[in-house]
Design a protein around this ligand. Structure first.
Ligand SMILES: NC(=O)C1=CN([C@@H]2O[C@H](COP(=O)(O)OP(=O)(O)OC[C@H]3O[C@@H](n4cnc5c(N)ncnc54)[C@H](OP(=O)(O)O)[C@@H]3O)[C@@H](O)[C@H]2O)C=CC1
Ligand SMILES: O=C(O)C(=O)CO
Length: 329
């Protein structure tokens, strides 16, 4: 049996679980940016694929791998995989549901606090010896505690739930929006209130995105949404860059319709220097805090996810149904 791994070889080697399946199969590695030709040349007879959540796998590649049984995303996202092509050929596409929820929730709260406390600018001005000027400026402008904020979560799956749970001790008012409302009991447990998107834009101090990128959510945070937000408010995106319209966010910041943003994910990825969001005018550039899509990638996540993912591959190779099938099979 052969497994194609589209992702970083060192990482896979480092987090290889102690399971029989990894000792009994042949592994072939391709980098995350590999195209169809490279993939098909490397291992056309692969029985399983383990794939970085940001990597692409086309219908053409899938259709030309006759032995394929399972495509396992290393993480939660699977938007680069042609799920329909896999479904047509009865190939499972699975994700690693929940594996990085705690990690992304921590990153989300880190971005919230960093924006509210102007963390990056504070560090810089301290190093420059300008403490008093910075402190006076911040005191005049006002510093908001997280506990005084209304937080709006778009999506309420594993990551948003982990975030809501961690927000409880901060004593914020937390709201959520999904297409399907949760039960009253669950809302009580997570201390959240259901709110539609329009109300969320108008009333929340921080709107944090936790839904997948789909045709419906692409560009969901657009000029219309941002125009309803308060001038003191922030957007956090740890989901996928495509959900936010870059130009609309740029405009909203420079026209002071919103205060700023915390972005772990930016479209296109990897970010390049010419991205409009990296080119705000000097006086606005500190309004965005970036992190390099590291929200989900803690050591605990890798240990947890790789074990789960290899067990899934093992199940599919043995003809059993794997967990967390996402392509409707
Ligand atoms: N930064 C990082 O490192 C990471 C980023 N991610 C990203 O975060 C996303 C969320 O992850 P996770 O919480 O684990 O996923 P889940 O599948 O657990 O939750 C997704 C949530 O999004 C909601 N949703 C789907 N479509 C819409 C819509 N059109 N409008 C509003 N809500 C919607 C779903 O509810 P309903 O269907 O009822 O609407 C559900 O509550 C992933 O898809 C991935 O892109 C994930 C892991 C790491
Ligand atoms: O799990 C995911 O979808 C990620 O983006 C991890 O980086």
């Amino acid at each position: 049996m052969k497994v194609l791994i589209i992702g970083n070889k060192d990482r896979y080697k480092k987090y290889m679980p102690d399971l029989d399946v990894v000792k009994s199969i042949e592994m072939v590695f391709c980098p995350r940016g590999a195209d169809d030709e490279e993939i098909l040349k490397a291992v056309p007879d692969a029985h399983a694929i383990l794939i970085d959540p940001m990597a692409k796998l086309s219908g053409h590649a899938i259709s030309n791998m006759p032995n394929l049984k399972i495509i396992q995303s290393e993480g939660v996202g699977y938007n680069g995989i042609d799920c329909n092509a896999a479904k047509e050929r009865n190939i499972y596409v699975c994700n690693s549901k929940g594996s990085n929820a705690a990690a992304v929730a921590e990153q989300t709260i880190l971005l919230m606090l960093s924006l509210l406390r102007n963390l990056i600018v504070g560090d810089r001005t301290e190093r420059e010896g300008n403490q008093i000027q910075m402190k006076e400026k911040m005191m005049v402008e006002g510093i908001t505690e997280l506990g005084d904020c209304k937080i709006g979560l778009i999506g309420f799956g594993d990551i948003a739930m982990a975030t809501a749970k961690r927000l409880i001790p901060f004593e914020c008012q937390t709201y959520y929006y999904t297409r399907t409302r949760k039960s009253a009991e669950l809302e009580k447990d997570y201390n959240v209130t259901y709110m539609n998107l329009d109300e969320m834009a108008k009333t929340c101090d921080i709107v944090s995105i936790h839904c997948p990128v789909t045709p419906e959510t692409t560009g969901m945070i657009n000029a219309e949404f941002l125009s309803k937000m308060k001038p003191t408010s922030y957007i956090i995106n740890t989901a996928r860059g495509e959900i936010v319209d870059n130009k609309a966010l740029y405009d909203a910041i420079v026209t002071e319709k919103i205060k700023g943003a915390g972005l772990d994910t930016v479209y296109p990825e990897p970010t390049t220097k010419d991205n409009i969001l990296l080119n705000l005018p000097r006086e606005y550039e500190d309004r965005i805090i970036f992190s390099p899509h590291i929200g989900g990638i803690t050591t605990s996540y890798f240990v947890r996810a790789h074990k789960k993912n290899w067990m899934n591959v093992d199940a599919a190779l043995k003809g059993k149904r794997p967990d967390y099938v996402v392509n409707g099979l």
